[in-house]
Design a protein around this ligand. Structure first.
Ligand SMILES: [Zn+2]
Length: 166
């Protein structure tokens, strides 16, 4: 078993799985155009660990962990929303023309065209799947904005106080 080699651009699925290879990689959010489009912290790191193995001696699988902090736009208040993502996944790779194996809830099926897969595509897909469809603060952020505005309006009126003093 080979450990902690760095991730190549292409994953040779069957080959890696047969060797039970484990690979790690460190990327930046800006390396992934689809993620970069929605994240404002484009220079922050993405840590990736992938471990390949064969299931039933023939089907390539991967256990993976992707870790990143991502800053999205809250869909309620449009302010920054920071989320710490830790994506754990277990994939079984199935060719599009292949009969899928017996259902196994432990795995997600990842349909592939070739025996090779672009590392960036896999990482990008898994991150996008784990991002909430409608990112939003888990508290009533709009209500807080309204409160703030009211407080500011009141304090921005020093002349009223001066008049009272006279
Ligand atoms: Zn918000």
């Amino acid at each position: 078993m080979e450990l902690n080699k760095s991730l190549p651009n292409q994953l040779k699925l069957f080959n890696f799985a047969k060797k039970e290879i484990s690979l790690s990689g460190l990327y930046q959010i800006c390396d992934f155009p689809k993620i970069s489009e929605i994240a404002s912290n484009k220079r922050d790191n993405i840590k990736v660990d992938l471990s390949f193995y064969l299931k039933n001696n023939k089907t390539p699988c991967v256990d993976g962990i992707i870790e990143l902090d991502i800053v999205l736009e809250c869909q309620k208040c449009l302010d920054d929303l920071s989320i710490a993502l830790k994506v754990n996944f277990n994939l079984v790779f199935v060719k599009h023309d292949q009969q899928s194996e017996e259902p196994d809830s432990h795995y997600e099926i990842y349909v592939i065209e070739e025996d090779e897969l672009a590392t960036h595509d896999l990482i990008s897909d898994e991150i996008l799947l784990s991002i909430p469809m409608v990112p939003a603060h888990d508290y009533d952020c709009i209500k807080d904005i309204n409160k703030q505005e009211i407080v500011e309006e009141k304090s921005e009126n020093p002349f009223a106080i001066l008049k009272k003093l006279k």
